[in-house]
Design a protein around this ligand. Structure first.
Ligand SMILES: [Zn+2]
Length: 462
């Protein structure tokens, strides 16, 4: 039991000094040191720490009231690993020397995700200092592989399924808010599935004079197949592609109008003179509510300077689809692959390699026309508490939106442990996550501490 209060800025000035870069095989010791530091912080806050080894980097667990099955049980998620720092010369301050400038704290990991999950630990410590017998069960799970795809985390969830499935919901902050006074609660995420298509024609590049005209050019076949995958109106031309997709509720479209972004400002930001979105969705809606099929890269033939008169032997394209709730990565992969294979002309051999994907996610807040009758009551209470406290702390009620990006572990928590998530965004569009000069807004984190404290306190048993 502890009664230590903590200050988020002092904590981060220590924590952000550990270069725990999961993508760097030479940073293994830093990963372990980051995990030890975090375990120490949890202990100081009043939770019982454990560093759980996995096939990859360890998961840091902190337990409070672990033997109390009668209490509401919150699972708090975060990741202590960070992205690489290069290009180093573009940093204005050293990435692992946390530096305060104009109300922001600069360091790798400040926003993604050490600042936001340290908020949860500090809030817990401060609440416990005030209420040492807090009638609440809390389990912190902080992984060290999020930036490299969370490879070991689903197995960790399966290994701890009995313990974690007693949780009422997962609380996390690893999403973006549009502005420091406009906090987003993310209620949906797109899934993703991808493939690489390789086409082969003749057994080598051919002289386009001697052999040109006799064979199907693989680049031409590639262009024709790719062009066939969308209709002129922008919709995806794959049979059954949109089957089962969950359309946004009317209130979700209304909610989006509260974002500071307009179609005009979005066009300017992107540097395009027109947006191109699925019929029925404006550009801002499409990134959140509609699935896509995108070409990420394609190639083949001669790419050097000047000309080289050949019929190439090979061509390739990399494709990914973003999926909305109601769509399944495996089923979408099958539909897109069969559509492609059916369109390969005679004289061309095609092979498709799948790329790793993850499912989409959706949770409906309480008191909406589409709120499920069996919504977990503790989660409903947490949504209500978050709404009230965010309105007070930040001067505006939260904006409930779906995000266009994908976080695979959220759906893994739901599928393996039966928990939905409350996701509160603590980084901003100019936090430069994954980029040089990553930073976090200090006042936002301080209000974040108050927000977490209030949520934990309000869902504690009476
Ligand atoms: Zn990240």
């Amino acid at each position: 039991m502890s009664n230590t209060t903590m200050d988020i800025v002092s904590v981060l000035k220590d924590y952000l000094r550990f270069p725990g870069i999961s993508a760097d095989p030479n940073a293994k010791q830093w990963i372990l040191d980051s995990a030890s530091y975090l375990a120490g912080l949890l202990e100081k806050a009043g939770a019982k720490p454990e560093i759980v080894p996995t096939a990859g980097n360890p998961v840091v667990v902190g337990r409070y009231n672990a033997d109390r099955n009668d209490l509401p049980h919150i699972v708090i998620y975060g990741h202590y690993d960070v992205q690489p720092v290069d290009p180093l010369d573009l940093w204005k301050t050293p990435p692992f020397v946390p530096t305060e400038v104009d109300g922001k704290l600069y360091a790798r990991g400040a926003a993604d995700n050490r600042g936001p999950h340290a908020v949860s630990v500090v809030a817990f410590a401060n609440l416990l200092a005030r209420r040492p017998d807090l009638p609440l069960r809390v389990t912190f799970v902080f992984e060290g592989e999020e930036e490299i795809g969370s490879g070991s985390f689903p197995q960790f969830l399966r290994d701890h399924q009995a313990e974690l499935s007693t949780g009422d919901f997962v609380l996390l902050s690893d999403t973006e808010s549009p502005a420091a006074d406009k906090i987003a609660i993310t209620i949906g995420l797109r899934g993703i599935v991808g493939l690489e298509l390789n086409l082969e024609g003749p057994n080598s590049d051919l002289h386009s004079g001697i052999h040109g005209g006799a064979v199907y050019n693989p680049l031409q076949a590639l262009a024709e197949i790719c062009a066939s995958l969308h209709n002129p109106d922008g919709s995806v031309n794959v049979p059954g592609f949109y089957d089962g997709m969950l359309a946004p509720a009317d209130w979700e479209r209304e909610e989006l109008k509260r974002l500071p972004t307009t179609e005009e400002s979005y066009k300017q930001f992107l540097g395009v003179d027109a947006l191109h979105s699925l019929p029925g969705y404006n550009g801002i809606e499409a990134t959140r509510f509609a699935p896509t099929l995108e070409f990420n890269g394609m190639g083949g033939g001669y790419l050097g300077s000047g000309s080289k008169t050949i019929v190439p032997a090979k061509a390739f394209v990399k494709i990914t689809c973003r999926l909305v709730p109601g769509m399944d990565p495996k089923a979408t992969f099958e539909k897109v692959s069969s559509a492609i294979m059916a369109r390969v002309p005679a004289g061309i051999r095609a092979s498709i390699t799948p790329m790793q994907g993850c499912p989409p996610y959706y949770v409906c807040p309480p008191n909406r026309p589409n709120t499920p009758a069996d919504m977990n009551p503790t989660l409903a209470k947490a949504f209500d508490a978050a709404h009230t406290i965010i309105s007070e702390q930040f001067g505006n009620p939260p904006i409930y939106t779906r995000d266009g990006g994908s976080i695979g572990i959220i759906e893994a928590f739901r599928q393996i442990c039966g928990m939905n998530a409350l996701m509160i965004g603590f980084f901003l569009p100019d936090s430069f996550i994954h980029a040089p000069n990553e930073n976090v807004d200090i006042a936002l984190l301080q209000k974040g501490v108050k927000t977490y404290e209030a949520i934990l306190e309000q869902i504690a048993a009476k």
